[in-house]
Design a protein around this ligand. Structure first.
Ligand code: ADP
Length: 348
């Protein structure tokens, strides 16, 4: 099936699944296409990625409305493959003291920027830090840390597949973006994305960490509920911009953590883009989204305002160049260091 030539295995020099002999069967009946992929290992860390990519390749090429199913079998075992990710234990998180979700009610408020800079700031203060980029719809951590050319190592340990995080700036990074090209990640939906994310967090050899930050996808859908249920987060940090229109989104984020079945504390709010400071006038503050919005939001939902981060060009440039602002001694870097201190004292 020529469409499946587009499905490359990132851990096998980008050779495609057809070349690798992984396509067992392709059947089509009516408007339904069923692809069966054969795996030789029980828990290939890239299984979910490959299933997602195969599905996406068929959707891209088949006539509109085609239904696609991707099945898997284990080739060297008679038993059918169990769905990966579902039976993973929490052993790899046993050395982690605090697991904190970084959430936002909607995209584009700077959640990933805050997560990456907070991780770097905590590491600069001497803490052992990891960050799992669970933003399946826009994994930006590889780019923001200048690690997008790297591929995490994976190895077999007993019956378990272990993934090693990427280390840079004193932080252990893991992202779905190391495995999936952005346009492929976008096609993942629902359970498939949930499993891939859990696999990505639970199979990683995090080792001893003071903080593991989970950069959550924007919004408050099924993926979030599943993540907060399955990953033992201690609590969350909410990132928002100060506009009044952001209030409703913040409320959704707050409810997600405070609802009865989840019931996790929110350590506080981070007001990003709190004011604009031009590079040539570093003492000037322009409240382009209004002043005091963050504080009002924090008061309304009964949580502390842990930090205020200005909009400055250098924060955006740091994100684009892979050198987070928090590495510098500039005022924008200081803002993230202060946020890190506030978070540490809020957790206590
Ligand atoms: P989210 O994770 O909420 O979708 P991002 O962190 O990807 O948002 O940020 C969106 C864009 O805004 C990026 O280009 C980022 O560099 C930029 N950005 C975020 N926060 C700031 C800031 N405080 N100052 C300048 N640019 C920012």
């Amino acid at each position: 099936m020529k469409w499946l030539f587009e499905v490359q295995h990132p851990a096998k020099g980008d050779r495609n699944v057809v070349e690798l002999g992984m396509v067992e069967k392709v059947e089509s009946e009516g408007n339904k296409v069923t692809v069966t992929l054969g795996f030789s290992k029980h828990r290939d860390p890239l299984a979910e990625y490959l299933i997602g990519s195969a599905k996406a390749a068929v959707i891209r090429n088949a006539p509109e409305g085609t239904e696609v199913e991707v099945k898997t079998i284990i080739k060297d075992e008679a038993a059918p493959k169990k769905k990966p990710g579902l039976d993973l234990g929490l052993e790899e998180l046993s050395g982690v003291r605090h697991i904190i979700g970084i959430a936002s009610g909607k995209g584009g408020v700077g959640k990933s920027t805050v997560a990456v800079n907070l991780a770097v700031a905590l590491a600069r203060q001497g803490y052992k830090v990891g960050l799992a980029d669970a933003d399946v719809y826009g994994p930006s951590v590889p780019k923001m840390t200048g690690t997008e050319e790297l591929m995490p190592d994976a190895f077999q340990e007993g019956d378990k597949e272990v993934i090693m995080p990427i280390e840079k700036y004193g932080v252990k990074w893991m992202s779905i973006g190391y495995f999936a090209k952005p346009e492929q990640a976008l096609i993942w939906r629902g359970p498939m994305a949930c499993n891939a994310l859990k696999q990505m967090i639970l199979q990683v050899r995090w080792g001893e960490l003071d903080f593991l930050l989970i950069d959550m996808p924007p919004g408050t859908g099924d993926i979030h509920i599943s993540l907060v249920h399955d990953i033992p987060m201690e609590g969350a940090l909410i990132v928002s911009t100060p506009q009044a229109v952001a209030l409703a989104d913040v409320e959704k984020g707050v409810n997600m953590f405070r609802n009865e079945s989840v019931n996790k504390p929110i350590f506080g709010l981070v007001e990003n883009m709190a004011w604009f400071t031009p590079e040539e006038l570093p003492d000037n503050r322009y409240y382009i989204f209004g002043q005091g919005g963050g504080l009002k939001m924090a008061e309304k939902y009964g949580m502390p305002l842990l930090g205020q981060i200005p909009i400055v060009q250098s924060i955006r440039e740091g994100g684009d160049s892979g050198e987070p602002a928090a590495l510098t001694g500039r005022p924008d870097g200081q803002a993230f260091l202060q946020l890190a201190e506030m978070l540490v004292s809020a957790i206590g």
